[in-house]
Structure formats: C-alpha cells, structure tokens
Design a protein around this ligand. Structure first.
Ligand code: MF3
Ligand code: CO
Length: 248
C-alpha cells in the first residue's frame, strides 16, 4: 500500500530531510586522505544525537551502523571501516535519519583528494542522472518516465545502471511501497501522485550492472570490479513539482 502524505505531513518531513542535508554538508569538508569511514560514522552518530534525530539504520535488518560507506567498487551498503581513505578513492556515504517520527534518506558520493578523470566523470554523470530523474518527478508522469531519463543518460555515457537495489517510498519508515529499479520505459509503471514521497537513488557502474554481496551479507560490489557511484535524495511529489526534502 502506498501511503500518500498531506501537505502538513510533507512539511513535518522537512526536519529529517534538513538534518540529513546538514550532515552531508558537514562531512564534505571532513573527507580527505587519511580519514576513516569509521571517523565519519562516529561523527554521524554524534551529529544525529545532537539534532535529536534517530540513526534509523542501526539495527535495521541487523545493519550495525548509522551510515553506509561504499568505497570505489562497492555499490552500496558498505560497512564503515578503520581503513583510511586514500587519495583517488571515491566514497558514497548514505545516511537515514528519523526526526519527529519521519524519515529522511540521502546518499552522496565524495572524491577523496584528487581523483582520476574516470572517477570524476562517473560522479558527474551519476549526479546528472539524479537531477534528470528529479526533473521528471512530476504529478501525472509515470515512474518509467523518471527512470528512463536516468537510464538513458547513464547508458549514453557508457555506464550501466544497477538493477538489484531499488528506490522506495519514504515516510514513518525508511522503506515503504512502492519499490522500483532505476531503469524504465516512458509511459510505463505507476503514476506519480501528489503526496507521494520517494527516493531517487541511481547506482551507476563504470562497467557492467552486475553486483555481488560479500560474506558480511551487506557489502554490494560490482561483479567486474569497476567503480560505482551513487547520489540519493528523498523527494516529495507535489502540485508545485518535485520538492527535494534532503536538499543541501
Ligand atoms: N539508503 C538506503 C536505501 O535506500 C538505506 C541504507 S540500507 C541499510 O535503502 F539497511 F543498509 F541501512
Ligand atoms: Co534509500
């Protein structure tokens, strides 16, 4: 069942969204060679506590951390680690906060120092995929319209879109219906309605779309070892167009 949100509820959801956005702004300056993703995790735990928000992912299906830290070939759900980030890495930090009962979910990919042209291009195109998807997230369009824009831009750039992890509704819970991949056909799929709150969170691989999951049960990697990037926002579908609840 898709739970539509009233205008007042969407206003209430802004708080969690703003906390997530402020977190990403704060870590942008922190991420450099030598920093560990466990340092970022500790910062996240303190930051959320200070803002009066709950770290939603701790204990979610047994997930142990407030953040996911996905370095280089890790597509998503990487565990924060004590291994220092090094010059040239790219790292996607994903965080889900719950405030006043409502959830905000946003992932952002960061360059560690100077990165290769290949990494820089992948990050740019992935962010463009998110932005092109958001543009299409208007009342009356279908999810296929949104994801066709994402898929086309990624594939024209020579990249592939991960199929195995899905976008989702967001509300009092992190994962609500509907669920959908980041590929699609114009005119197909569910219609976007006023009051839907959804993530758009393309995971784009420099190589093939296939991924594997490590023995830890979480860490998703590209099967071919290629780089992967992700940007994610939580979006409200309104009569005035898409509202980015996690905008920085
Ligand atoms: N942002 C992720 C998503 O879109 C949530 C982290 S999943 C976790 O589903 F379970 F690993 F925490
Ligand atoms: Co999400």
């Amino acid at each position: 069942m898709v739970i539509l949100k009233s205008k007042a509820e969407i206003e209430e959801m802004r708080k969690a969204g703003r906390i997530v956005a402020a977190f990403h702004q704060a870590i942008a300056d922190m991420i450099r060679p030598g920093v560990t993703t466990l340092d970022i995790e500790s910062f996240a735990v303190r930051f959320l506590k200070e803002k009066g928000a709950k770290a939603y992912t701790i204990g979610y299906n047994g997930y142990p951390y407030a953040t996911c830290a996905s370095v280089n070939d890790v597509v998503a759900h990487g565990f924060p680690s004590r291994k220092p980030l090094k010059e040239g890495d790219i790292v996607t930090i994903d965080i889900v906060a719950q405030a006043d009962g409502w959830v905000g979910d946003s992932a952002w990919c960061y360059a560690v120092g100077e990165v290769s042209r290949e990494a820089r291009d992948l990050m740019r195109v992935t962010k463009e995929c998110l932005d092109l998807g958001i543009e299409k997230a208007v009342v009356g369009n279908r999810i296929g319209d949104v994801m066709h824009a994402v898929q086309t831009h990624a594939e024209r750039s020579g990249y592939s879109v991960v199929r195995d992890l899905l976008g989702h509704g967001v509300g009092k819970e992190m994962h609500e219906e509907p669920n959908y991949p980041h590929v699609g056909t114009p005119g197909k799929g569910f219609r976007l309605k006023e009051g839907m709150v959804l993530t758009i969170e393309p995971m784009i691989n420099a190589g093939k779309a296939f991924m594997t999951v490590d023995a830890d049960g979480w860490t998703a990697r590209t099967a071919d070892g290629s780089l992967s990037a992700q940007y994610e926002h939580t979006i409200a579908i309104t009569s005035d167009g898409p509202v980015i609840l996690t905008a920085q």
